[in-house]
Design a binder for this molecule. Structure first.
Ligand SMILES: *Cc1c(COP(=O)(O)O)cnc(C)c1O
Length: 233
């Protein structure tokens, strides 16, 4: 099937459940992205700052770009002028830098806090206690140019669907607790960014409001090497 066909199928499937589709376009060409765009997709996710900045400048300006990868503080300034949502915020220091760069651009930038739910040790994210500590801190209370709109997580990369469902379910329970404790009166805090091509159906059953689909739409990724360090210029 073509990118346009895949896109339309995912879009109708997830949107009928009231879930937002993020088309993960990392390593894909502008041509491939335009095919999805022309089939109606407007939200795209990238995980490398240099690649994201290049694509944002070259592609239609009404695209909503989401940063879904691990973001280093020293690179926030490159995406602060245009980024719609930063999914993987996992420290107060990063949140403070996003706040600073958002203020410089006279913006409020929406962020999701990344929660560690997987068994694997390599995954980024905050533990439950760390996340609560962050939200309770005086430093967080001072930040006026960021808005936390929900949580993001990546489940263990396993074929064991029961384990994946358990991880997403525990996240949902945690989300509900955080909502009740810190965001009860804040309607903006409502997103759970969970689910990728392999596990999005389970994620939706367990309360996902945003799925991040890459290979399911664009096909298998070709591994390319992008210039790693934008700060060198
Ligand atoms: C690459 C990536 C995805 C998409 O993965 P697919 O398996 O291709 O759907 C989703 N989320 C994050 C954080 C990613 O890095």
């Amino acid at each position: 099937m073509s990118i346009a066909d895949n896109l339309k199928q995912y879009k109708s499937e997830v949107e009928s459940d009231g879930v937002k589709l993020i088309a993960v376009s990392k390593t894909q060409t502008n041509e491939a992205i335009l095919e999805a765009y022309n089939a109606g997709q407007r939200i795209f996710g990238e995980n490398q700052v240099q690649e994201l900045v290049d694509k944002q400048s070259q592609l239609p300006q009404d695209i909503e770009w989401h940063m879904i990868g691990h973001l280093q503080s020293n690179k926030v300034k490159y995406i602060a002028p245009f980024i719609s949502l930063i999914h993987g915020v996992d420290s107060l220091k990063l949140l403070q830098e996003i706040n600073k760069q958002a203020a410089k651009n006279k913006r409020v930038i929406d962020c999701l806090l990344q929660v560690y739910i997987a068994e694997e040790e390599t995954k980024f994210g905050l533990g439950h206690d760390e996340l609560i500590e962050l939200l309770r801190s005086a430093e967080y209370a001072e930040l006026k140019n960021i808005r936390i709109t929900g949580l993001m997580a990546i489940a263990t990369n396993t074929k064991n669907e029961k384990q994946i469902a358990t991880e997403f379910n525990e996240l949902k329970v945690f989300f509900d607790g955080i909502k009740a404790s810190f965001f009860r009166k804040d309607d903006a805090f409502k997103e759970m960014s969970t689910g990728m091509s392999a596990d999005y159906k389970i994620a939706i059953e367990e309360g996902s409001t945003m799925v991040r689909i890459g290979s399911g739409i664009f096909g298998k990724r070709i591994i390319k090497h992008f210039k790693a360090d934008i700060s060198a210029n």
